[in-house]
Design a binder for this molecule. Sequence first.
Ligand code: CA
Length: 222
Amino acid sequence: MRVLIIEDEPGIANFLKEGLEEECFAVDVANNGREGLSMALSNDYDLLVVDWLLPGLSGVEVCRQFRKECPQVPVIFLTAKDTLDDVIFGLESGASDYIKKPFAFEGLLARIRVQLRTSFSGNPLLQAGGVEMNLAAHRVTCNGKDVLLTPKEFALLEYLLRNRGIVCTRSRIIEHVWDIHFDADTSVIDVYVNFLRKKLDVSGCTDLIETVRGVGYVIREK
Ligand code: CA
């Protein structure tokens, strides 16, 4: 899953980026409102984290303009304001949720997980064949046995599982699993799919990820 953080305080932005990357998210950062809105509209993010007070364009304005184009993508506000009026104002501008500064990373992560759960149909447990992925516990099992995945393998499997039954093109996989610094060589995806297949095969979950020649990959509904 790919997240855009729009936050002008470098300390907070880096803290969030590092924390979310450890949780296998692909993360981009914008440090002002205008750049953030432009990135949000030109990439296919799964979720936005937006600071309220930003140079260029306020978080509220970013959210309003983004909402006109992308009504489905969840937006979580970071705000030092905490009066009820401010909270209502933020939610009315289109935010899906908000968290008050200062906040604990785990609290924000939990809210992100809830938003991704509601914007996609699933529950925190993603399943297919004998594979089970528990997002909260960050654990993948294959026929009940643990499978150890690298962060990118985990993110790739999560994306395919969330889109079970839908053919995921290489370009969509790149949009959602890699960040903006990725150099767009789609053959890297094939390499990661092979890594993933080997690990799943060894644990007895063979043929989970199907190749759709010339297009991409799919985990079929079975
Ligand atoms: Ca700020």
